[in-house]
Design a protein around this ligand. Structure first.
Ligand SMILES: Nc1ncnc2c1ncn2[C@@H]1O[C@H](COP(=O)(O)OP(=O)(O)OP(=O)(O)O)[C@@H](O)[C@H]1O
Ligand SMILES: [Mg+2]
Length: 368
């Protein structure tokens, strides 16, 4: 069991910067997810930890050891690839034990360790099969078993669930989390799927275009995204984002976008500002109330316990209407229903015109 540390790590491929000055500390036993869009440098980061790629500058530590000059095999870290890279001509047992065989582990010991890890992952009945005879979920477990059997100090997983269909994938996530808890080892898991990141991670490291933008718990990243990119990249359904402005009218300072007004801290400077609201922080009610705006249900997506309701708020003074996506507990709304919409200003996010989070605008909540 051991932590991993990247210190100002940069990787260039010719003139392209794939990873740009990334510093990241993965704690002992932590489940760290690196999340970001395609091409942002996730795989390159993992490959540098594994030693399969050498950084252009910066340092990699595994535990307290500086491993910049260590070969992959000397780092005692296991990597599970998206493709699983199982040997098609070998049976499952041979696939799992292959890494031990090349290290000249005695045959009896290999057999025992392979059996134990197969039982642990519930694939002991597949040991005599070939990879082509397995389901996607079973293949993933074989790939994991092959990593676990070597007793590495940490696991690196590069989108190992992306080949699975939706249902199997959910189970595989639960399974992976269970294995992590059982092993208590350090996991670094790469994905571009924010739902996967949210459900698996102890902490999420969000990357974009080679940069590490934010590292925090799923809750931190959801409630305090450092910028607009992180705010919209995490959270499902997606953050509602409205470009507007801070205005002062009489004694009230508010964020304004068409008919929408969200009170902010008195005396905040006027100027362009963007509002971000999670769809579940928008309330949709059947009756008027303080701060609620009259609207019409313009669209619906029923998802079981919750509905996504698209509400259209008429514009003011001939301005354009504003459509918002809200997530509400199923109320059986119908298209065309008159409703009243409220935005929870105490949970609103504000981004300045450059996209950075502005956390000095929130109005003190009532009663304080
Ligand atoms: N061997 C290489 N030679 C040249 N450029 C590379 C190489 N490997 C990666 N890159 C470039 O580095 C950048 C980051 O690639 P990387 O594979 O790390 O992205 P990723 O975040 O894993 O993306 P994906 O989600 O698509 O797997 C990309 O622009 C890619 O084209
Ligand atoms: Mg990748």
């Amino acid at each position: 069991m051991t932590g991993i540390r990247l210190e100002h790590v940069t990787k260039r491929f010719k003139s392209d910067v794939a990873v740009d000055d990334v510093s990241l500390e993965v704690k002992d036993g932590e489940f760290m997810v690196i999340l970001g869009p395609s091409g942002c440098g996730k795989t390159t980061s993992l490959r540098m930890i594994a030693g399969l790629e050498v950084q252009t500058s910066g340092h990699v530590y595994i535990g307290d050891m500086l491993v910049d000059d260590y070969e992959p095999r000397e780092r005692n870290i296991a990597m599970v690839f998206q493709s699983y890279a199982l040997y098609p001509h070998m049976r499952v047992a041979e696939n799992i034990g292959f890494g031990l065989k090349v290290r000249h582990t005695p045959k009896a010991e290999i057999r025992e360790r392979v059996w134990n890890v197969a039982v642990q992952l519930g694939i002991e009945t597949t040991l005599n099969k070939r990879p082509s005879e397995l389901s996607g979920g079973q293949r993933q477990r074989v790939a994991l078993a092959r990593a676990i059997v070597r007793k590495p100090e940490a696991f690196l997983l590069d989108e190992p669930l992306s080949n699975l269909d939706a249902k199997v994938r959910t189970n595989a996530r639960i399974e992976l989390k269970r294995i992590h808890r059982q092993l208590g080892e350090t996991f670094v898991f790469v994905t571009h799927d924010q739902v996967e990141a949210m459900t698996l991670a102890d902490r999420i490291a969000v990357m974009d275009r080679g940069h590490l933008l934010q590292c925090g718990t799923p809750h931190d990243v959801l409630t305090h995204p450092v910028n607009r990119f992180v705010g919209t990249f995490v959270g499902s359904p997606e953050l509602v984002v409205l470009d507007g402005a801070i205005e002062t009218r009489g004694s009230e300072t508010a964020y304004v976008h068409g008919p929408i007004r969200v009170p902010v801290r008195a005396g905040a400077p006027a100027g362009p500002m963007t509002l971000g609201v999670r769809p579940w922080d928008i309330s949709v009610e059947r009756s008027p109330g303080e701060g609620r705006l009259a609207a019409t249900v313009a669209g619906l997506e029923r998802t079981g316990s919750h509905d996504q309701v698209f509400v259209e708020i008429p514009g003011v003074a001939g301005g354009a209407p504003v459509t918002l996506r809200a997530l509400v507990r199923s109320y059986d709304f119908n298209i065309g229903d008159p409703v009243w919409v409220g935005i929870d200003g105490t949970r609103a996010l504000f981004f300045d015109p450059e996209g950075a989070l502005n956390d000095s605008l929130a109005a003190p909540s009532a009663g304080h």
